[in-house]
Design a protein around this ligand. Structure first.
Ligand SMILES: C[C@](O)(C(=O)O)[C@H](CC(=O)O)C(=O)O
Length: 303
């Protein structure tokens, strides 16, 4: 049965399968269920939900640790329920100490996400490409990683350990941290916000053999390397965390400026999806067919 609310079911295994394939797995960011549906409909295998875009969407504010874990998990749950792709979610600093990390992992698992990332910033965190970041001692982050590993119920659940130490302690120290986090059980490693191609190469060389994530932050501080270079360097997973909110701002601003200039949207309708095209994005046809099956009384086959 076409699920109105897809089950989380096999999507975690599919994330691990994708990561084993050796392709760079591309994970565009979303900020809500609608943007997640567009990621799926364009044909991507994985979707990412980050704090930057979620904070912007829910609060209209910057990514400076304003959202709590429950708000992030609630947003992730709605995204999981509207796409059948593996969802990678931002768990920021884990929202407290190792006990809080345990709760965060359990709640994200129950929400159906396939992976989370935990970072070693001091709380409240700052967006990884902002200045003024501070990091917690390595030992404190190791305790969080160990707690996260112990907390997960499904071994398919993917734990991503992120270090923001590059901006504070330098690239070598950041890589050393990442290696320690792998020893503690992290499945994927992320050295946040390299600012030169030389740093990107150093990360790739020293972390060879690990599953390494690249955060390809749109308009961020990391050089905008191309997909072939990403493949050469061996990054297994690439996030594009804020494109959905950047695109929304660009498109909506253009629409509103047109409306303000003309008094009606008549001057920009041709650049918008039709009413029917939008209803296809939100699956009006499948929802109405599902409702009709119950109204007609025909037996509902279990998939
Ligand atoms: C990736 C990120 O976690 C996000 O929330 O999208 C952000 C964005 C960034 O990398 O600057 C963050 O680091 O908090």
């Amino acid at each position: 049965m076409a699920d109105l609310l897809p089950r989380s079911g096999t999507r975690r295994r599919s994330l691990r399968d994708l990561l084993r394939n050796g392709r760079p797995v591309l994970a565009p960011g979303c900020h809500d269920a609608l943007s997640a549906r567009l990621v799926a409909q364009v044909g991507f295998d994985v979707v990412y939900m980050g704090g930057f875009a979620t904070t912007a969407s829910l609060l209209g504010r910057p990514d400076v640790g304003l959202l709590g874990g429950s708000e992030m998990i609630d947003n992730a749950r709605r995204i999981v329920q509207t796409v059948e792709l593996p969802v990678i979610a931002d768990a920021d600093t884990g929202y407290g100490n190792p006990l809080n990390v345990i709760r965060t992992v359990c709640e994200y698992e129950r929400a159906g996400v396939a992976a989370i990332h935990l970072e070693d910033q001091v709380s409240p965190k700052r967006c990884g490409h902002m200045t003024g970041k501070r990091v917690i001692p390595t030992a404190e982050m190791l305790a969080k990683v160990r707690a996260a590993v112990a907390a997960r119920d499904d071994p398919e659940f993917v734990l991503i350990a992120r270090t923001d130490a590059l901006a504070v302690e330098g690239v070598e120290a950041a890589i050393d941290r990442a290696c320690r986090y792998a020893d503690a059980g992290a499945d994927v490693l992320w050295v946040e916000a390299p600012t030169t191609e030389a740093e990107l190469e150093r990360i790739a060389v020293r972390l060879e053999g690990h599953t390494v994530l690249l955060n390809w932050l749109e308009q961020g501080r990391t050089p905008p390397i191309g997909i072939e270079r990403i493949r050469e360097l061996g990054f297994a997973l690439v996030l594009f965390p804020i494109g959905s909110v950047l695109a929304m701002v660009a498109g909506l601003r253009e629409y509103l400026q047109c409306l303000r200039a003309h008094g009606t949207p008549v001057g920009c309708l041709e650049r918008l999806p039709s009413f029917e095209q939008f209803n296809a994005v939100v699956g009006l046809g499948e929802v109405e067919a599902l409702g009709q099956r119950f109204r007609s009384g025909e037996p509902v086959a279990e998939d």
